[in-house]
Each structure stands twice: as structure tokens, then as C-alpha cells.
Ligand binder design. Structure first.
Ligand code: SAH
Length: 487
């Protein structure tokens, strides 16, 4: 080990890590420095030294980066959500663009010159605040026993109390204040992760930006309440009073409780009960070149959190799919059918596959509500799909077989939009066997994207274009839309 605990060094910060920490190098040795940003010259002291790297404490910023700014949120330093807030927005965008480029070269194994030819400029936001249509606030107590809500500090379950989150909707603060006051008034305890006792675990809020509709779902450490037909079940003391206050918030459309008694980190349980208003809210997305599509969204369904950037992301997916009206399209990891339904207007038939049954139900309703009859949705794992061996299988032969496997007809285009861990290798094999003319890969993790692109290009596809889209300003996350074609 070249350095020991307590050693003091001066270094330049040249990169940022996945937790938003600054990264600097000293003779090839890597130093991770929390709260330092790209472009800073800093004095640090080594806290923990390992063979190839060390964690160091930021003692002093000697020369601040020209891109260093005062974070717009006073809690940015402690909250685990916005780890890039001390970096000016254009520099955040540059960092994400560089990360995508580096991952494609380092993990994907692509030639730097080739990547520079096909990697487009990242699509940023004009005003990168108040963009999030969804927030999940954990509920707990501070050291003095007061009820608090906010967000987790990075890599921990310590709640940083936050009333107004600058990337969330303005209404979130009022909603959380109403819920906290109600819990205090009726002495309703927050859930305690260590003991498994207490009642209120999380509060999920969603807002449909185009419709203004708001949904609140309280996640409770409770089983199903018994109730008589026609009488509303009670899950919380003073429930009607709470509902009364929440429904005065402009746009409030749905109040529900989700029941989760499991001792796990998984936020939501299996059962959701609407206690006021609608079961779902709706929102409208209108990418270029398409009519707006209205979506019904359940508390548990995945829905892109940034509506403005979603329009841009889906416009790219549509462009990359190059549909002419007759194609068979698979939309894998389809959620509530957001991408499928856009593509359906220009495709022969779209088959959507998604693991969460509630999302698939929403997808079917969304198709119906928008008068779309050439999209079929299945609940299942993308990696379990079987390809129909019949060359000219008719479109309605995509029904699941008796043993629940999903058999789909040969596709012309496959769209994949997996979670951060990327695609299962079995799915990559299925895609290569299915031999679509084009693949559109929508990714929320450049590292797993690069890993999967390496396999797809080795299997006979050529990478045509990669466009990063900043769906999550101030966080380290970066979305990409990618076009490939069969060679
Ligand atoms: N395309 C959708 C959703 C993308 S998010 C949209 O743009 O809104 C990824 C989705 O993959 C989530 O809905 C998640 O529930 C689903 N998912 C996760 N693992 C899966 C798997 N193995 N097979 C199918 N779907 C999966």
C-alpha cells in the first residue's frame, strides 16, 4: 500500500464515482473523496487505505472547480438522492456523457473512434428542477423521538428530514406535512425497521404532470382490515379526517393504503386498498410525431419519473424503431405499456412482456382506453419468452401456452427497457435467435448496457446510434436510447 491512514495529499479531482464522490489519482492509485467535485484541487487525508485505492477525507478545497456551485437544496450534501448538486448542470451533463463513452469503450469493448462517430450529445433539461412525478418518503423518528419524513442518506437507512424536495412537485411538502401532523395528533407510530413494530412505513406520492392528478399511497405495517360490505375499512385512527385534509390538495385524485408486514427493504406489499377516490391516476405523454397517449397508473406500476424527458426518450425509441406500419414488435420490460402503445400506431402488432401483474393490467386498460387493438400484453419474465417455430405464425398465436410460457411470433423489431441490472443472458440468446432486423435498447445503466451491447454486437448486430438522455438531473444516473441493426 503506497499510503497509510492519516497521510495528507494534494490531488486533482478528475472523475466522480457511482455515489457522487470525487475521484482523484496519485501515481495510478485511486482516491475517493466525498464532497469533492470534478475540477477541484483538494487537500485530503487518507481515512482507509486498500491495495489499489483509498477513501480520503476532504480537508480543504485548495482551488475550487470552475463548475462548483452552491447546491440549490440545503440538504444535498447529506441526502442520498442528488449527489451531483454541487456540480453546475452543464458539467453534470458532460460527466454523464463521458461516463457513457467510457463504459462503452471499457466495458463494451468498442473502439473509441467508432463510439465518437455514433454517440450523440446528451439530451439535457432546460430547467432541471421540480421534474419528478414520483417520490417515496420513508417515515421514522429522529433522535428526540419526533416523527420525521425525508429521504435516506446515501448507503444507509438514516432518514434525512426533508420537507421540500426541489426535484419533486411543489405539493409534496404540503402532503407530507398533513400526514406527519396527523400521525402526531393521533399518536400513530412510524414503522421501526429494527423492531418491526409501528405502523407507517413509507408514503408514495405520484403526480401526473400533464393532468395535474395526484395519488397518495401510505404503506402500512398492517394486515387487511376486516369490514362489512358497504362500510369502508379503517386502517388508521382518524382515517376520514386525514382523507378530508388530503382531498383539499389541488389535484388529489386517489388515496390508498398498501399493506406490507414483511421485514424487508422492499417498499410495497402485495395488497393495495383505495380508501378515497380513484384506484389510479392518469397522465398523458406526447412525444414528437405522435398523438398523445393517456396512461392509467396504479401505485405499484413503474412509470417514468420525468415526464418532460420521457417525451424525448420515447421520441428517440420511436425514431430508432423505424416502423413502417406492418412490423411485429416485441416490447420487453414494458411496464404499463408506455413504449408499446406509442409504437402500436406505426406497427403491425406489438407484444409487451412485463413481470408485475398490476402493470400488465394497466397496460391492457391503457390500450383499451386509447382505442388501440394491435397490442397484446403478457405477465412474465422477458427471459422466459419462447420464440414460435412457425415461420408465418398469425398474430393471435402469441397467447401464453398451458404451462404459462409466453410464445411470441418472430419479431421485426425488439425494444428492451430493462431495470438497472440489464438483460438476462438467456434473453440475449432469445433475441439473437429471434433475429429481428432492429433492436432498440432503452437503458438506465450505461455499465450493464455496455455489457449487453458487447453480446448483441458479437451476435451479429451493429451499433448505429447511442443518445444519452438526462432523465434524473442532479443524480448520478443516466438513461440512454440505443439503435442497433442486424448485419
Ligand atoms: N418500458 C417501461 C418500463 C421500463 S422499467 C416504461 O418505459 O415505462 C423496467 C420494467 O421491467 C419494470 O416495469 C419492471 O417491473 C420490469 N421487469 C423487471 N424485471 C423483469 C423481467 N425479468 N422480465 C420482465 N419485466 C421485468
Amino acid at each position: 500500500m503506497p499510503y497509510n491512514k492519516g497521510d495528507i495529499l494534494t490531488i486533482d479531482i478528475t472523475d466522480m464515482g457511482i455515489g457522487g464522490e470525487g475521484i482523484g489519482k496519485m501515481d495510478g492509485y485511486t482516491l475517493f473523496v466525498k464532497d469533492a467535485v470534478i475540477g477541484d484541487k483538494v487537500k485530503v487525508s487518507i481515512m482507509k487505505a486498500k491495495k489499489g485505492y483509498a477513501y480520503a477525507h476532504l480537508d480543504e478545497v485548495l482551488t475550487p472547480s470552475p463548475d462548483r456551485v452552491t447546491p440549490p437544496c440545503p440538504k444535498a450534501k447529506s441526502c442520498g438522492g442528488c449527489s451531483l448538486q454541487a456540480l453546475a448542470y452543464p458539467a453534470q451533463l458532460k460527466h454523464k456523457q463521458d461516463k457513457v463513452r467510457n463504459d462503452l469503450i471499457r466495458i463494451g469493448g468498442f473502439d473509441a473512434e467508432y463510439i465518437d462517430g455514433i454517440l450523440k450529445d446528451i439530451v439535457g433539461m432546460d430547467k432541471p428542477v421540480r421534474y419528478r412525478g414520483k417520490a417515496q418518503f420513508p417515515v421514522g423518528r429522529d433522535r428526540d423521538g419526533n416523527i420525521i419524513t425525508g429521504f435516506y442518506a446515501s448507503h444507509s437507512h438514516n432518514i434525512i428530514p426533508i420537507d421540500d424536495c426541489i426535484i419533486g412537485a411543489e405539493e409534496y411538502a404540503d402532503i407530507m406535512r398533513i400526514i406527519k401532523d396527523h400521525m402526531k395528533h393521533y399518536d400513530i407510530p412510524p414503522y421501526n425497521e429494527t423492531s418491526g413494530t409501528g405502523i407507517v412505513r413509507h408514503v408514495l406520492i405520484r403526480k401526473g404532470y400533464a393532468t395535474g392528478q395526484i395519488m397518495v399511497c401510505l404503506i402500512l405495517n398492517r394486515g387487511k382490515a376486516s369490514h362489512k360490505v358497504g362500510i369502508k375499512p379503517m386502517y388508521l385512527t382518524g382515517q376520514n379526517e386525514l382523507i378530508d385534509k388530503l382531498q383539499r390538495i389541488t389535484g388529489m385524485t386517489s388515496v390508498s393504503v398498501n399493506l406490507n408486514t414483511d421485514r424487508t427493504n422492499v417498499i410495497m406489499g402485495d395488497e393495495t386498498v383505495t380508501i378515497w377516490g380513484e384506484d389510479k391516476i392518469s397522465d398523458i405523454i406526447t412525444p414528437n410525431d405522435s398523438d398523445g397517449i393517456t396512461y392509467a397508473i396504479s401505485p405499484k406500476s413503474f412509470y417514468q419519473v420525468n415526464p418532460i424527458q420521457t417525451d424525448r426518450l420515447y421520441s428517440l425509441a420511436l425514431k430508432y424503431a423505424k416502423l413502417t406500419g406492418s412490423e411485429i414488435v416485441w416490447d420487453l420490460y414494458c411496464g404499463i405499456g408506455t413504449i408499446s402503445l406509442f409504437l402500436s400506431g406505426k406497427a403491425g402488432h406489438v407484444y409487451g412482456v412485463e413481470i408485475i401483474p398490476e402493470a400488465v393490467e394497466d397496460a391492457k386498460i391503457n390500450a383499451k382506453n386509447n382505442g388501440i387493438d394491435n397490442a397484446t400484453f403478457y405477465t412474465g419474465k422477458a427471459e422466459d419468452i419462447k420464440l414460435s417455430e412457425e415461420p408465418n405464425v398469425s398474430i393471435d398465436q402469441g397467447e401464453p401456452s398451458k404451462d404459462d410460457t409466453i410464445v411470441l411470433p418472430r419479431p421485426d423489431v425488439i425494444v428492451i427497457d430493462p431495470p438497472r441490472k440489464g438483460c438476462d443472458e438467456v434473453l440475449i440468446d432469445t433475441i439473437l435467435k429471434a433475429k429481428p432486423l432492429r433492436i432498440v435498447y432503452v437503458s438506465c445503466d450505461p455499465a450493464t448496457l455496455s455489457r449487453d451491447l458487447k453480446l448483441l454486437t458479437a451476435g451479429g448486430y451493429r451499433l448505429d446510434e447511442v443518445t444519452p438522455v438526462d432523465m434524473f438531473p442532479h443524480s448520478i444516473h443516466c438513461e440512454c436510447a440505443v439503435a442497433l441493426h442486424r448485419v
